[in-house]
Write a protein that binds this ligand. Sequence first.
Ligand code: AVI
Length: 322
Amino acid sequence: IVPARHLPGHGMPPSDHAAMLADVREGLQRTPKRLSSKYFYDAEGSALFEAICVQPEYYLTGAELAIMREHSAAIAAVLGPSVLLIEYGSGSGLKTQLLLAQLVEPAAYVPVEISQAALLESVARLGETFPQIEMLPLCADFTQRIIPPRSAKPPQRRVIYFPGSTLGNLEAHEALALLSKMRDEMGEHGAALIGIDLKKDSAIIEAAYNDAAGVTAAFTLNMLARFNRELGADFDLAQFNHRARYNCMAGRIETHIVSRCAQTVHIADRLFKFAADEAMLVEYSCKYSLDDFARLAARAGLRVKSIWMDAEQQFSLQYLVR
Ligand code: AVI
């Protein structure tokens, strides 16, 4: 079991200008250059991500929603009554609603989200739909230790809900550390419910990260636009490309930002040189087989007790216990 201190450096809020500047500089000094995918999600990036979720090629959201539409009653039955539902990330809309609608007298709902605006907005929305459920929003980084607030109704167990295949954006050792942290936080009789994208024909996966409308490309390059806006950098977006390829051996989409020419970029008082075709890693999206994921969970001291999948078996919702 990996201690939580080995989780990646998500400790500072991405809005922290000085920390972001230091982090970006450090990433651009590396060979090969590397930037954290957490910088995708400013207001613009979050809106672009919402747009990705409705692109026809991006099957993940539709498949996970289909699972919730088909199985949320069965899932709620397995979770049992008086659950304290802790969601990593702010209630991501419809999936959370489908689950909350089926839960049997839940003790409370605790969304954990680093962006206060996103957190308050989701709780206001969910609070209207579910006035009978106590909402206990927690503005925090879910990769750090979470201490859930006390609910008015005593919970029978804690269930950590982590939908959307976000675990796939972590490298194996980071995913292991997060699962181990979940194990600690769920308590002895707790559980986790995690959305995991499955391995499949690589053409289907690659298409999902290279949609024809170019929304994913805009999402990727928005990271550079964000650095221009927030750090006063001078990235010329027309001189960079989005590239997402499936690495079969590693079982993951690897997204790079590729420099179209030899060029120099200024960030604050520093210069960074890019060679023509130089690729900068910005995101992994890991895909798992059912066996891969069961093995990873076991290394974190967790057991896969149930799995729900969509009809085409593209996506899975995994129910884990200690
Ligand atoms: C948030 N996460 C699960 C998305 C994914 O599929 O890896 C982010 C994303 N990146 C490009 N398209 C979507």
